[in-house]
Design a protein around this ligand. Structure first.
Ligand code: NAD
Length: 256
């Protein structure tokens, strides 16, 4: 049996939105699995301690400035990544935003902000990565961040839900086109994990009540995303593409 199934030795991974939350955790996990890790965020100074931690643990990491809503910044980030570590062959398309609002209160600016980051940003970064892999004749693995809200709905999240459902379906379409190049494309659909994106809600009384509706009656912990991420990023999923994997404590199939 191959016990190194989840190894990322020799790979270069790029994580967008790595300055906090899930992205910060993903970068550490990928480095622990042996990948050289490029961490991207708009504020590079927020990445310093992450890079230091990874290096102190014996890993390799490089920080790049990256705004996923700006094509030039995405191209520059890949140039920098390649110059330091070579081709990015594992992409974790993690950057995302939320802006809870009732459907009738969403204005054009909020709609555009949501779609430009959560959907167009994922497209923009994945296209850059895949073009470069195809030109180099190299295989790769893309992991997009969808959400349980891309598969189900919740009040005040209609534009967020629409963006994450689009990411899920774009994952299906990308998988169908890119297998021929040896590029697999899957998505994680996390349930609820407390990070900067939702901390205010889960610290509130309403948020605490909401948690009781999740079958385990608790939020997920970042460690509970480690296995699912490594599965999709590594050769352990060599025959999987187009999968949108819920990691949600069974929340989607909770009792009505
Ligand atoms: P977070 O707010 O801690 O992290 C999001 C990161 O994306 C931040 O570092 C932010 O700076 C970055 N970002 C936002 N806009 C960007 C831009 N234009 N360019 C570059 N980076 C940008 O929240 P999180 O919970 O860690 O979210 C990570 C991803 O997981 C998001 O896509 C989110 O939608 C998704 N998700 C989170 C949960 C959850 O419960 N936390 C559940 C489902 C899906």
């Amino acid at each position: 049996m191959n016990t190194d199934l989840f190894s990322l030795q020799g790979r270069t991974a790029l994580v967008t939105g790595a300055s906090s939350g899930l992205g910060n955790h993903f970068a550490r996990v990928l480095a622990d699995a042996g990948a050289r890790v490029v961490v991207g965020a708009r504020r590079v100074e927020r990445l310093e301690s992450l890079v230091n931690d990874i290096q102190a643990a014996g890993g390799e990491a490089h920080a790049v400035a990256m705004d996923v809503t700006d094509g030039d910044s995405v191209t520059a980030a890949f140039e920098s990544a390649e110059a330091v570590f070579g081709h990015v062959d594992v992409l974790v398309n993690n950057a995302g935003v939320a802006d809870p609002k009732w459907f009738v209160d969403i204005d054009e600016a909020s709609w555009d902000f949501m779609m430009d980051t959560n959907l167009k940003g994922v497209w923009r970064v994945a296209r850059e990565c895949c073009r470069r892999l195809i030109d180099a004749g190299k295989p790769g693995a893309v992991v997009n961040l969808s959400s349980v809200l891309g598969l189900g709905v919740q009040g005040m999240q209609s534009h967020y839900s629409a963006s994450k459902a689009a990411v899920a379906h774009m994952t299906h379409a990308m998988a169908s086109e890119l297998w021929r190049y040896g590029i697999r494309v899957n998505a994680l659909a996390p349930g609820y994990f407390k990070t900067e994106i939702n901390a205010d809600f889960f610290d509130s009384e309403k948020g605490q009540q909401y948690v009781k509706r999740i079958p385990p009656r608790r939020l997920g912990t970042l460690d509970e995303l480690t296995g699912p991420l490594l599965l999709l990023a590594s050769d352990a999923s060599s025959y999987m593409s187009g999968v949108v994997l819920p990691v949600d404590g069974g929340h989607l199939w909770g009792s009505l």
